[in-house]
Design a protein around this ligand. Sequence first.
Ligand SMILES: *Cc1c(COP(=O)(O)O)cnc(C)c1O
Length: 375
Amino acid sequence: MIKFLDLQQVTALHHDEIREAVNRVIDGGWYILGDEVRQFEDEYARYHDRKFCVGCGNGLDALTLMLRAYIEIGEMQPGDEIIVPANTFIATILAITENGLVPVLAEPRRDTLEIDDSVISSCITDRTRAVMLVHLYGRNAYTERVGEICRAHGLKLLEDCAQSQGCLYIAPDGRAIKTGALGEASAHSFYPGKNLGALGDGGAVLTNDARLAEVVRALGNYGSQRKYVFGYQGRNSRLDEIQAAILRVKLRYLDDDNAKRKTIADYYYENINNPLVRLPKRMRSEENVYHLFPIFCEHREALQAYLLETGIQTQVHYPIAPHQQECYANHPAMAAVSLPVTEELARQELSLPISPCMTLEEAKVVVDCVNGFCR
Ligand SMILES: *Cc1c(COP(=O)(O)O)cnc(C)c1O
């Protein structure tokens, strides 16, 4: 059996250090907002070359509090529009609608799976305040042109980095910039299956904007900036101390783990040759950390069943696009819109197994099976 993602094996890679980190917190007796959270925030900010990192309870909260903070500091208002790729995971959209902001769903390109600058330009209105890039599947979504458009229209560039930890953007002058450090602020998830995964929930916001960081921190701590003084109607959404200790261990291995994913992905790209299967455009190697390895097939259900017969688990990311979800059936910006590319991707996407633990022998079994599929 080739599992889609064997988290037990992923954790076993760093077993001793993780146990040691957890024991340190247990024995230390300080369980909320202690040294581990502080140090992880510093290390994670430094890894991205950003000034501020604020830990949160999970990735959805990181997205939600980042947007809420812009409302609290008066830089956004309910009713303002945020341009967002229509094929993202629903959490990106939930964070927007929860704040009374309006998601403007932009169609991705079939080949890159990302929105490009011409689509972004066509979505801009006088209510647009931000472009939310989502580095979906681990693929960098930023281009120079997207940055220029945001600057030209005074739009904030925000990033959903839940799937892209460790991914780089290589600028035309050769500089390498981490996703998460490309715009004004970025939201991160440490859900166990992500490239930097905790053993529970976790999230963070990164920014160079001191005011924004301070408000995000207050919002996640009941709205309090000083003990028992509440400037905002906040919530409780803090990064857990034990998870922070675990994340400090795993952050040290993130680049190595991503390199292992790339070995598998390269093998897939070089060897999958079934004409019934379409691969997304291959990116330069720095610009994809292969959180997932999506392929596209008109006969997706048959292919998935065929792989499973050989003992290969796959998943679909995502079978129903956000605008077609029941929860948005009455939402004016989403119900009854037609997004043919997004809908095609949702019908055809299949994610092959990929992880830092997967071997080339396993990848070969997957490739042989994919190549053997016929109608
Ligand atoms: C996982 C994910 C989130 C949400 O993160 P959680 O920690 O699960 O709340 C948001 N956006 C994207 C693109 C994701 O993949």
